[in-house]
Design a protein around this ligand. Structure first.
Ligand SMILES: O=c1nc[nH]c2c1ncn2[C@H]1C[C@H](O)[C@@H](COP(=O)(O)OP(=O)(O)OP(=O)(O)O)O1
Ligand SMILES: [Mg+2]
Length: 196
């Protein structure tokens, strides 16, 4: 079985990757198993930040690495918080504070102007100097609610409304989120292009 390090410190992402990849013949090991410390996300695009994270984990572990850089684009906020989604309310990446800040930023904004999407870029690098990383992208359209609903998922899920399902992505059954989500779509593309 091929071992690949998953270059994330986000337990919610680890869970979703494991669920989606459980049917495939490689072993995904979170970077915490190798004590890989967090790396500064100094890029200005999801692509750059995903490469920074994958390269860092590959360098420290000597293994092939997959990284995910993702975030929420809110149209009324001209695409913010975008690549800064995890740092929206402060450097420490606190989901509760981020959700509260988003609700405040959209206070009084009418329903038709609360459109948003999740973006996800997944990068696979065979080694730290890989000159041809595989880069896959997925997005997921929704709207921002006026209050939190649901307990599943992580991050902005309790505020991400899916009108087709009449619920937030934190209320959606996990398998369904994995099929529909930005991450699920990006990962499906990676699986089509994969050679370890
Ligand atoms: O499916 C999702 N459901 C809800 N929220 C989500 C999702 N996908 C990304 N998000 C939010 C969480 C975080 O605020 C930011 C990602 O930031 P991002 O830097 O890629 O991840 P992170 O810092 O949590 O972990 P790491 O960099 O170690 O992979 O977007
Ligand atoms: Mg991050």
């Amino acid at each position: 079985m091929n071992k690949i390090v998953l270059a994330t410190g986000n337990k919610g992402k680890v869970k979703e990757f494991s669920e989606i990849l459980s049917a495939h013949n490689f072993e995904i090991v979170p970077q915490s198993d190798f004590n890989v410390p967090e790396v500064a996300e100094t890029g200005t695009t999801f692509v750059e930040n995903a490469i920074i994270k994958a390269r860092h984990a590959a360098k420290i572990t000597g293994l092939p690495a997959i990284a995910d850089d993702s975030g929420l684009e809110v149209d009324f906020l001209k695409g913010a918080p975008g690549i800064y989604s995890s740092r929206y309310a402060g450097e420490n990446g606190n989901d509760k504070a981020n959700n509260a800040k988003l609700l405040a930023a959209l206070d009084g904004v009418e329903a038709s102007k609360r459109t948003a999407r999740f973006q996800c870029v997944i990068v696979f690098m065979r080694h730290e100097d890989d000159p041809t990383p595989i880069i896959c992208q997925g997005s997921w359209e929704g709207e921002i609610t006026t209050e939190k609903h649901g307990e599943h998922g992580f991050g902005y899920d309790p505020l991400f409304w899916l009108s087709d399902h009449d619920m937030t992505s934190a209320q959606l059954p996990r398998e369904l989120k994995n099929q529909l989500s930005h991450r699920g779509k990006a990962l499906a593309k990676l699986l089509e292009n994969f050679t370890v």
